[in-house]
Design a protein around this ligand. Structure first.
Ligand SMILES: [Zn+2]
Length: 194
């Protein structure tokens, strides 16, 4: 699995993309508060809560990255979070269902593309672990001990990923605005006005 660095970076990206959307006009919009940011980052880390009993009982492998890392678990979590928000506010079920589903499934997708033992994508239909031929993340290689170069590579890999993501988030709206301005200038030159 990747460390929390990569998962937090993706949570932040979801927050940045969704906060710019008007709250009432889209089932994915959210306000730009610190509370919303904390909620999305928390949801992006949610599947790894299974590490807590593993750490407490000293048996991480038996608890962590098992049934919680499946598509079905993501749907159940989204229903639960959407339901809790609805019970509290009598509104926003669809929004928080969608936000949880996206955050949760992206977490599983990232773990899927990480060096390791694969993920139980299709639990409870099968307990088989799946992994792609090409991996994107070096992952936390804890079985090799804590004082190894593996952690340096992991850090380098995930900081590079987070940096690239932040750069895309910074550049995308600017490139988009620039292209729109170019298009408007061209329309103006052609005498097309609206
Ligand atoms: Zn995970």
């Amino acid at each position: 699995m990747p460390s929390p660095i990569a998962h937090i970076a993706v949570g932040y990206a979801i927050y940045r993309i969704c906060r710019s959307r008007p709250l009432q006009e889209t089932p994915l919009g959210m306000d730009g508060s610190i509370r919303s940011l904390a909620a999305i980052v928390g949801l992006s880390l949610l599947p790894d809560l299974d590490a807590i009993p593993g750490l407490l009982l000293g048996d991480l492998d038996s608890f962590h990255n098992n049934l919680t890392h499946s598509i079905v678990a993501g749907v159940v979590a989204a229903l639960a979070i959407g339901g809790i928000v609805w019970l509290k506010n009598r509104t926003s079920f669809v929004r928080w269902f969608n936000l949880t589903l996206i955050s949760y499934q992206l977490h599983i997708l990232m773990d899927f593309f990480t060096r390791g033992r694969g993920v139980m994508l299709f639990w409870p239909f099968t307990e088989e672990r799946f992994e792609p031929a090409i991996k994107l993340f070096y992952g936390v290689q804890r079985s090799r001990g804590w004082l190894t170069m593996d952690h340096v590579w992991m850090l380098f890999n995930e900081l590079l990923f987070a940096g690239a993501l932040l750069l895309i988030l910074y550049l995308f709206p600017r490139v988009n605005n620039y292209l729109r301005r170019l298009e408007a200038d061209r329309d103006w030159g052609l005498g097309i006005r609206d």
